[in-house]
Design a protein. Structure first.
Lengths: 269, 282
């Protein structure tokens, strides 16, 4: 797998406040990486730097192209971003026209637009919503429409910026499960920037930002094992991780189990 | 200070085409000197209840009483001010409302507005700071440069200077990191135990409520679904689920052990106690 996102010695400051100092990040094509960190650790700043919304001379390479002011358009075609409050982004009156909106602006052919809408609606299970007003949908449905609008443009990378923080537990699980399926089918690279450690279950790799740099970077379960370090960095270990790790420590189970039914089965066979 | 709702209705934009009924004949008592949690899905009526208690809005029909106050349109002037001294609301993300350049100015802003004497202002500030666990060195600091948890404490202190008997907190832990959240939970417990405040917390965080609340009120589509001691409310798993409220995770685990395997674990709020009990039962 080749590297699709790379930062080399990335340093960035807002006026006098240093946000990153020599941050080296490398993400491979098709990886799902969760980026977590306490308030003020630079999570959203990182997203803005990767999309060129903030810019300095540090080296950022996206899909083999060094990000520069004069190639932002090319870079941004490769990246789709989903924010938390998508309500403000909806500009049309039906879900179908909402998904079509950017494709129409980019002058895609009508046949291609219809084909992409059909496919993405099927993948996200929103065929029944296509004629509805996006503003009148539930929180989970709105996020699916926002995701559909992005996926229809076939980006190589999806950046999630606290995208599912306003959803309830069930809505969040449903949309993350669907996205996981699409990620595998399309070989998408996903960088999920969140404060909710439970969302890390869906990714194979977890990066913790702290104190202007990367504190820990590794397979999700390995990073969870650094519970004291995570707490010191202001992060709360999800209940199932905490419970499972402690039960393993006491020898009551032999591996970390994050599914509650499976854990109960493992304890009382 | 006890709060009573008697057959309370509330309709926004009454007598207009945009009229929307958000509370339907709700009746309940929120007991004094307890930590009371209000839970329910988005749009269930939680915020409307909160605003009625503080006299920001008045019932369309029915009676809301807060201690000796009756919340109605005729409550005005000094009486309304008195009510708002006795009932403090800390809104979601209260730090976003800061606009002074020192913590002291931020805290005393409202006191000055009500023309308190300087000596009394100082006494009240010191007491409020002590309650939230901040020392005097914070007074000259810029509130915008504090950590998330410290900002939240300053926001609570600016309510506590009025020495309210009731404190309403809207999503108090949202956006706080692990350590700040832990400290805020300790503060809420302290306000109830040491200062005998009546606390009302509107939140989606049922795990936090299970740790600290005495009573839980579940509201959905403007109706009170159930209210009572937390143990009783959280024992109604199906009812809660049907109304968009999840169980605390620790309780979900205890229920699964009982329902799937016939193992009776003790209902506990601390993960360490849960593990000890699992150890005994494996």
């Amino acid at each position: 797998m080749s590297e699709i996102i790379q930062t080399k010695n990335l340093s960035f400051r807002y006026d006098t406040e240093l946000i990153f100092y020599r941050l080296n990040l490398s993400v491979k094509t098709g990886e799902w990486v969760t980026v977590i960190g306490p308030n003020g650790s630079g999570k959203t700043t990182l997203l803005k730097l990767l999309t060129g919304l903030l810019y300095n001379d540090s080296e950022i390479v996206i899909d083999g192209i060094r990000l520069k002011k004069n190639n932002l358009k090319t870079i941004r075609k490769k990246i789709g971003v989903i924010f938390d409050n998508v309500d403000n982004q909806f500009v049309t009156e039906t879900v179908k026209s909402e998904i079509a909106f950017t494709m129409e602006n980019l002058q895609y052919k009508r046949k291609e637009i219809n084909h992409r809408i059909e496919k993405i609606a099927r993948q996200l299970k929103i065929e029944h919503l296509l004629d509805q007003d996006p503003h009148h949908l539930s929180g989970g449905e709105k996020q699916k429409v926002a995701l559909a609008s992005i996926l229809a443009l076939k980006p190589k990378i999806i950046l999630l910026d606290e995208s599912f923080s306003m959803l309830d537990v069930n809505e969040r699980k449903e949309i993350l499960d669907i996205l996981k399926q699409i990620q595998k089918e399309e070989d998408l690279t996903i960088l999920n920037i969140t404060h909710n450690l439970e969302e890390a279950y869906w990714g194979e790799r977890l990066i913790v930002l702290y104190n202007r740099s990367i504190l820990i970077d590794g397979p999700t379960l390995d990073v969870f094992a650094h519970d004291k370090l995570l707490n010191r960095a202001g992060l709360e270990i999800p209940f199932m991780v905490d419970l499972s790790m402690k039960l393993k420590l006491y020898g009551l189970i032999d591996r970390i189990i994050l599914d509650m039914d499976e854990l109960v089965d493992a304890l009382w066979k | 200070m006890e709060i009573k709702f008697e057959q309370v209705n509330y309709t926004y934009n009454l007598r207009t085409p945009l009229a929307k009924k958000v509370l339907n004949d709700i009746s309940l008592i929120i007991p004094a000197n307890k930590i009371n949690g209000i839970v329910g899905p988005v749009g269930s009526g939680k915020t409307t209840m909160m605003e009625l208690i503080n006299g920001l809005i008045f019932p369309t029909r029915g009676i809301v009483t807060v201690g000796d106050y009756t919340i109605k349109k005729s409550i005005k002037g000094k009486q309304l001010n008195k009510l708002r001294f006795d009932v403090g609301i800390v809104f979601q993300f209260p730090e976003e409302q800061f606009f002074n350049i020192t913590v002291k100015e931020e805290i005393i802003f409202a006191l000055q507005h009500y023309q308190y004497h300087l000596k009394e202002i100082d006494d009240r500030i010191n007491k409020a700071l002590q309650m939230v666990g901040l020392n005097e060195t914070f007074l000259d600091r810029n509130p915008f440069n504090l950590s998330g948890g410290e900002k939240r404490k300053v926001a609570i202190a600016s309510i506590l200077v009025f020495n309210p008997k009731v404190i309403i907190l809207d999503e108090p832990t949202v956006g706080l990191d692990y350590n700040s959240k832990k400290k805020l939970i300790q503060l809420i417990k302290k306000l109830r135990k040491n200062y005998h405040k009546t606390i009302i917390i509107c939140t989606h965080d049922v795990d936090m409520l299970y740790q600290i609340a005495d009573n839980i009120i579940v509201i959905n589509k403007g109706n009170i679904i159930i209210d009572g001691p937390k143990e009783e409310v959280f024992s109604k798993e199906e009812l809660l689920k049907a109304n968009g409220v999840g169980l605390p995770k620790i309780l979900t685990f205890v229920n699964k052990a009982r329902n799937n395997k016939g193992i009776n674990l003790v209902n506990c709020t601390d993960i360490k106690d849960l593990i000890k009990d699992v150890y005994r039962n494996v």
